[in-house]
Ligand binder design. Structure first.
Ligand code: DGL
Length: 269
């Protein structure tokens, strides 16, 4: 196998950059190609069959780059499509839900975990299933926050009144005082993690699945003996989007230190 082949990373938009950033940090020698379907974002409120079709279109595009592994850096697509992708693709496929569940189980002391995500992710109960599969004694409460992704994709998260949207969406936590760990069950949400932490206070640990997903990708590369062994200079990721370059440009340079990553707009068949 050619170990220099890139790892493919997909999301409905800019959210998966939070995972790409961590993958790049943990695996600096690997090549990455990222595709965000910004044009059709958000996936979180779309019909299941649409999310399945759009995800397959992204995957089909990335397969043309001969990727050696696929990371679904989107909770919504992980919740609805990972089983099909794992069954049908000839390469390893990693999602973000099981890693996120593992991270939360490590962090909780009260065994009461909150999950915020898109409408599709919360409705699927994928986090509850992943958490309770490991520890059936956990108590969980999920809440959809449909205003967060448009806030982030539009860039309005940088405006002063963004905190009001966050505060209003997290009101459910007042009804569940035993929650000590909150899973950001959407890869967009770490972009507004400082606002979320400001609202929930320091009694609640806020965490995403990015670090644990990186560990899982490393484990799989080790298992398949497929680390990039070339001793070349670090290569910057290639970032593709179906939509506007504007927010990608800002996030990749100002937040994710991916300044020299190339950014290109594409059309999916
Ligand atoms: N970033 C995605 C997730 O993790 C999806 C956001 C959306 O398209 O609604 O769920």
């Amino acid at each position: 196998m050619n170990l220099e082949r890139p790892i493919g990373v997909i999301d409905s938009g800019v959210g998966g950059l939070t995972v790409l950033h961590e993958l790049k940090r943990q695996l600096p020698k690997e090549k990455f190609i990222y595709l965000g379907d910004t044009l059709r974002c958000p996936y979180g409120s779309k019909q299941e069959n649409e999310v399945i079709q759009y995800t397959w279109e992204m995957v089909t595009h990335l397969l043309t780059f001969d990727i050696k592994m696929l990371v679904i850096a989107c909770n919504t697509a992980t919740a609805l499509v990972i089983n099909q992708l794992q069954e049908q693709l000839p390469i390893p496929v990693v999602g973000v839900i099981e890693p996120g569940a593992r991270a939360a189980i490590k962090a909780t002391k009260s065994n009461h975990i909150g999950i915020i995500g898109t409408e599709n992710t919360i409705r699927s109960q994928a986090y509850e299933k992943a958490l309770k599969c490991i520890n059936p004694n956990l108590t969980t409460n999920g809440q959809a926050c449909p205003k967060f992704v448009p806030l982030i994709e539009s860039g309005r998260f940088m405006e002063p009144d963004a905190i009001d949207v966050v505060s209003e969406s997290l009101g459910f936590l007042n009804d569940h005082p035993k929650i000590d760990t909150l899973i950001l069950g959407c890869t967009h949400y770490p972009i507004i993690q400082p606002l979320i932490e400001q609202v929930v206070g320091d009694q609640i640990t806020v965490l995403s699945s990015a670090i644990e997903t990186g560990l899982e990708v490393s484990t799989i590369l080790t298992f398949h003996n497929s680390y990039n062994s070339q001793d070349h200079q670090q290569e910057e990721p290639v970032i593709l989007t179906t939509g506007s370059l504007h927010v990608f440009q800002h996030l990749k340079e100002e937040i994710f230190q991916l300044k020299s990553a190339s950014l290109k707009q594409i059309t999916l068949a």
